[in-house]
Ligand binder design. Structure first.
Ligand code: ADP
Length: 289
């Protein structure tokens, strides 16, 4: 449509280029018409993409809710119908607990995504030691994914607290989401490197680098959009809702910082950078646990 409009307009200009008045009125009018068409096309494409993201989010959430519920139901039925040994029972209880944790994590992620969008900055108050918080998140990740201590290295040279002001639960969610992704998108083994640095005395920067599947350059910005998941990765079939990095960036921005992604390309690892304003001052009321 755009091509036809441009051809018609240019044709008209060529045919009438000797007539002054139709030119003076017609050319800006045509320019306006074409600009309108371009804008319309942009909004249309955006809307189509948003709808696609919503659809895939609904599918992902439905799948994330249905799978553990079906599994728990199956184990409960088996427990009800069959006489099982104590060892088998304990094994089933373990599986059901893991499934309910997965269920809870999905529900919490969805609730948090709604909550974070509505919150304003002044609700954020505590002084937080990012070094302690990162260490705590690493330990949780190692435990949750049954990983050896060597799979995640923390380049931690200093001992002093690296302070930021903010909401401890939100910052924990952000760091935990970045770490979970580093594990989730490293199907051939986890080798994550974590760095916590202070830049220009003003910023606390956490960077998490993995050697996983990487992110194609066209998707580096889009992965922070709500519900966005890099398409055509069906081979991997990783679980997820497309809310993790959206939460990371929303939380970072609410704290006056930002989050970015870098990757040399597919199959060549990813680095996620979380940047927060540094808090200079006393270490009183610092959260260390
Ligand atoms: P989810 O992991 O639930 O799909 P996220 O918002 O956390 O959602 O991530 C969005 C998308 O970005 C993911 O679907 C994945 O394709 C890509 N991604 C995020 N982190 C990484 C990573 N460390 N390595 C490779 N791809 C990643």
């Amino acid at each position: 449509m755009l091509g036809v409009a441009i051809t018609l307009n240019v044709g008209w200009i060529i045919l009438n280029w000797r007539r002054v008045w139709p030119m003076v009125v017609g050319v800006p009018f045509f320019a306006l018409l074409i600009a309108g068409l371009v804008l319309n096309t942009i909004f249309l494409v955006r809307e189509v993409r948003r709808n696609e993201r919503h659809d895939s989010f609904l599918n992902a959430v439905t799948h994330e809710l249905k799978t553990p519920i079906t599994s728990i139901r199956l184990y409960l039925e088996t427990l009800q119908r069959r006489a099982l040994s104590e060892e088998q029972r304990q094994q089933f209880y373990g599986i059901m607990l893991a499934d309910s944790d997965r269920l809870l994590a999905t529900v919490e992620q969805v609730l948090k995504a709604g909550e974070v969008g509505q919150r304003t900055r002044n609700q954020i108050q505590s002084e937080i030691d990012m070094r302690a918080l990162v260490k705590e998140c690493i330990e949780t990740t190692l435990l949750r994914h049954h990983l050896s201590a060597e799979s995640i290295t923390f380049d931690d040279t200093g001992n002093e607290p690296v302070l930021v002001r903010g909401n401890p639960d939100d910052l924990q969610t952000a760091v935990q989401n970045i770490l979970n992704n580093a594990v989730k998108y490293s199907p051939d083994g986890v080798h994550a490197q974590i760095r916590l640095t202070v830049e220009s005395d003003a910023w606390v920067v956490l960077s998490v680098s993995d050697e996983g599947i990487g992110i194609p350059s066209a998707h580096l910005k889009r992965v922070f959009k709500r519900f966005y998941r890099v398409p055509h990765r069906n081979v991997l079939k990783t679980k997820g809702t497309g809310l993790g990095l959206f939460l990371v960036r929303s939380i970072a921005r609410q704290h006056g910082g930002d989050a970015t992604a870098q990757s040399p390309g597919e199959g060549r690892g990813t680095t996620i950078r979380l940047q927060l304003p540094r808090l200079l001052g006393s270490a009183a009321h610092v959260r260390t646990n």
